[in-house]
Design a binder for this molecule. Structure first.
Ligand SMILES: *Cc1c(COP(=O)(O)O)cnc(C)c1O
Length: 382
């Protein structure tokens, strides 16, 4: 074992955005400068939307300026009200989107392997007021799609996916965007694929097309007609240009992350107290968006929070995704929770997301693993 490994000279963050070649972006800027069309469904956005349709093989796509507003408006467009069953183990925006629609979140427990909603618990949480399930493909791990669809069908609920982490994920060769009644994707700079900021709604079922039209025209149905209280969440031409320029790099971004994941897993699989979630099953083309691990304090020697602090001393900035649980934030603490959320609570105490991004060097991954090993050895022996 290597001893006394030095801290990184430059900080290593949990993620860094991929920047496409500047000249490709500048070509697009010249076009935008030329036609002076900056927003309101401009030509770049139109081209981008069409490209995305082909990329995902879906018909109904609407672009937004961010994922949070996409989800919020999507819920409004589908007329969701009452109670919605959702996960406490996600980025807080998932629940914010419910709050702004005056919907009561019903927090439900997750399953221990991939941290997605536990279908049995979902079924148990259905009440006469439930109108929808809002599930999250957390870390890009697909939810239990078939079982959730069956529950939604039997109880006449809408099935909505926060797919913010799941861009590029496929099941049996089919895009994950083709499941459920509504899918939200986020193109925030911290995501695997980004448009600086951005969001997208996909309505897989063509019979819901009317709602889609409402969403598109959330401000004006025509110049003189306003059909419902709307807002402004349009994607502009610069965002669309970034998204469009980035799209062809997606396979490359996923491949690099796959290789980083493989290296991490090889190096960390036998470290005592580090639990690696299993990779998704064979029919899933995973996107390797995140690299979460769980730290068992007793076996590892130090707890997750201590490790998180210690890694900072080495200039490594990990993230405790997702801790605290959404239901423990001050603004949602008063929401009654029937379920003890045992699994979610356990995972939130142990989870740690390690750095993973396109420009991360393999030797840096090895060094991060050596540092983890060093911390483990040192603390187990003392
Ligand atoms: C990033 C994220 C969002 C919000 O997307 P923004 O584009 O940042 O508004 C929603 N849900 C999850 C799970 C996310 O990770």
């Amino acid at each position: 074992m290597k001893t006394n490994i030095k801290p990184f000279k430059k900080p290593i963050y949990v993620t860094r955005p991929f920047m496409p070649p500047l000249d490709e972006f500048c070509q697009g800027l010249e076009e935008i400068w030329g036609n002076k069309w900056l927003t309101n469904n401009g030509p770049v956005l139109q081209r981008y939307t069409k490209k995305m349709r082909d990329f995902l093989d879906v018909e109904n796509i609407t672009m937004f300026n961010n994922g949070t507003l996409a989800l919020q408006i999507g819920l409004q467009g589908l007329g969701i009200s009452g109670e919605v069953i959702t996960t406490p183990f996600s980025f807080v925006a998932t629940t914010h989107a419910l709050h702004w629609n005056k919907i009561r979140p019903v927090f439900c427990d997750i399953e221990p392997d991939h941290y997605t909603l536990d279908p049995e618990k979902v079924e148990a949480a259905v009440t006469p007021w439930t109108t929808a399930i809002l599930a999250v493909h957390v870390f890009g791990y697909p939810c239990n799609l078939d079982v959730l669809a069956d529950i939604a069908r039997r109880h006449n609920l809408k099935l909505i996916y926060d797919a913010a982490h799941a861009f590029g994920v496929k099941i049996d060769g089919k895009s994950i965007a083709q499941y459920g009644d509504l899918n939200m994707f986020s193109f925030h700079a911290t995501k695997l694929y980004h448009s600086q900021e951005g969001g997208m709604l996909i309505i897989p079922n063509p019979s819901l097309k009317t709602e889609e039209e409402y969403l598109k025209n959330i401000v004006f149905k025509s110049e003189v007609e306003v059909v419902m209280p709307g807002t402004n969440a349009k994607m502009n031409e610069m965002q669309a240009l970034m998204g469009l320029t980035m799209l062809k790099y997606v396979p490359q971004l996923i491949e690099k992350r796959r290789a980083i994941t493989k290296l991490y897993r090889e190096q960390l699989q036998s470290v005592p107290g580090i639990h690696l979630p299993p990779l998704p099953s064979d029919e899933v083309d995973y996107n390797y968006a995140y690299f979460p691990i769980e730290i068992d304090e007793r076996e590892f020697g130090v707890g997750r929070d201590q490790l998180y602090e210690k890694l900072k001393e080495y200039n490594i900035f990990t993230r405790r995704y997702f801790y605290p649980l959404i239901c423990d934030f001050a603004c949602y603490r008063n929401v009654p929770v029937a379920d003890p959320l045992e699994t979610a609570r356990g995972v939130a105490e142990q989870i740690l997301a390690l750095p993973i991004y396109y420009d991360l060097e393999f030797e840096d991954v090895e060094r991060i693993c050596d540092i983890l090993l060093q911390i483990n050895m040192h603390n187990r022996l003392t």
